[in-house]
Design a protein around this ligand. Sequence first.
Ligand SMILES: Cc1cc2nc3c(=O)[nH]c(=O)nc-3n(C[C@H](O)[C@H](O)[C@H](O)COP(=O)(O)OP(=O)(O)OC[C@H]3O[C@@H](n4cnc5c(N)ncnc54)[C@H](O)[C@@H]3O)c2cc1C
Ligand SMILES: NC(=O)C1=CN([C@@H]2O[C@H](COP(=O)(O)OP(=O)(O)OC[C@H]3O[C@@H](n4cnc5c(N)ncnc54)[C@H](OP(=O)(O)O)[C@@H]3O)[C@@H](O)[C@H]2O)C=CC1
Length: 442
Amino acid sequence: MLSFFEPDSQIILVSESSLIKTVTNIQALTKTITNFDVVEKEAQSLTDTHPNITVILDSVIKINTVNNAVETKSCKVLKYDYLCICTGGRPKLIPQALDNKYVVGIRDTDSVDEFVEKLSKTTKIVIVGNGGIASEIIHKIRNVEVHWVIKDKHITATFVDPGAATFFQDSLNQTTPESSAKQMRYKEDGPKSGAALGPNWYQNLEIYGALSKSLPDNIKIHYESEIIDLTCDLSNPHPVKVTLSNGLVIDSDLVVSATGVVPHHEFEVVGSNLAFSEDRGIVVNEFLQTTVANIYAAGDVCSPTWQYAKHWFPMKLWTQARQMGCYAARSMCANLNKEEILQDFCFEIFTHSTKLFGYKVILLGLYNGQKLGQDYEILLRMTKGHEYIKFVIQEGKLHGAILIGETDLEETCENLILNQIDISPYGTDILNPDIDIEDYFD
Ligand SMILES: Cc1cc2nc3c(=O)[nH]c(=O)nc-3n(C[C@H](O)[C@H](O)[C@H](O)COP(=O)(O)OP(=O)(O)OC[C@H]3O[C@@H](n4cnc5c(N)ncnc54)[C@H](O)[C@@H]3O)c2cc1C
Ligand SMILES: NC(=O)C1=CN([C@@H]2O[C@H](COP(=O)(O)OP(=O)(O)OC[C@H]3O[C@@H](n4cnc5c(N)ncnc54)[C@H](OP(=O)(O)O)[C@@H]3O)[C@@H](O)[C@H]2O)C=CC1
């Protein structure tokens, strides 16, 4: 975006990986929801399409806010007028991990390679965490006994409510024809990328353990529990002993810690103070400007601190990293050219389009009643194996929605949330399958 807005300015991209992720096949589903694929590209090839970009393959180790310069690992000093920090996040492992080689986290291509390699030698593993990564692995994994340890009363709690979790649950423990296939290992050719994997990372991956086949009950879910102790005993055939808060002890071969992300900024800052939030993110205002005037930050590394619009909140997602990246570029260029800009419309409403357990999933606004207290109603429509629709309603207005399957309701819901139209006259008919609500509200 910088290159697009400022074709005559010199732009330097410092990337520690030779591959960068780019977005392709962009498809606008609504004003704010976009579907896209993420593909890897040689970082250097950016110069072919954007001649004013120079790519430097290196790691930033120091930012000097007095001299306006960054220093790299190979001792390059790069001066800047404006700087945007987009160094992402890294897995936040369970505290018991402590460099234990039997505990793995997943973030980039290398970590997936390590996971797939270790998994291929195991018959019994523990997965801890109840968000995106755990849900995707649980859906994909075969030929291994899995103990899924979750703090909540239902699966995939980061994204969905108990009703949707029940809807997904049917797709667990299903032995698909793939399950008796031979063990295979995913191998990526060429250089590796340190960036987070992003959507559909598991599509071409064979995630297999060492059992000869999947058993129907090979996934055991331990609800409302956490790991409180982890020890290793190499004389045991399953060397990792995991103790759960409910008292259960599981002997396993490997622990996958899919327990979230912390901002990643392993560089020294010299000069004025770059403020960090409690969660260690770089504090940014509504223009994605940090506490140092000519330094911006976007994506997983930053912590938005502006007064959020009612139906928006931050989450560490590609969706938002991309929106923030585009908007940071606009803000930097506006600042450079002394123009005033308004905050981008995408920050008016939280939206996320993804795939979970094989289903298309669209999350809109306060989809789990976030910020609404206790005083809201839920309207549901569900057809097993086909669709799950949840509306979150307060004072006759739609504030959030979960749409699973091919519901075709995303545009209607987005409009209803953004325009705050009174839907109380329609009562429960708003989800009556015989009434085409798109005709009323699109
Ligand atoms: C397994 C997995 C699956 C995911 N699936 C989805 C999904 O389906 N949908 C979704 O919306 N989100 C998904 N996410 C989240 C999404 O990938 C991240 O939110 C997004 O990639 C964040 O983008 P970013 O640019 O902030 O950080 P990153 O993508 O992590 O990129 C940061 C880059 O900075 C580089 N870097 C770091 N430090 C330095 C330094 N000092 N010098 C130079 N370069 C440096 C890194 O090498 C990396 O290339 C997934 C994440 C994971 C781990
Ligand atoms: N399809 C998609 O959109 C996907 C998105 N992603 C994104 O990638 C990033 C990494 O994914 P992931 O690691 O799954 O992170 P998530 O933030 O999605 O989920 C982390 C999960 O781990 C739980 N947790 C945190 N600490 C502990 C602990 N000590 N013990 C037990 N449970 C714990 C959290 O519970 P609690 O919230 O209660 O702390 C939460 O359920 C996230 O930003 C995620 O949104 C990843 C894969 C797919």
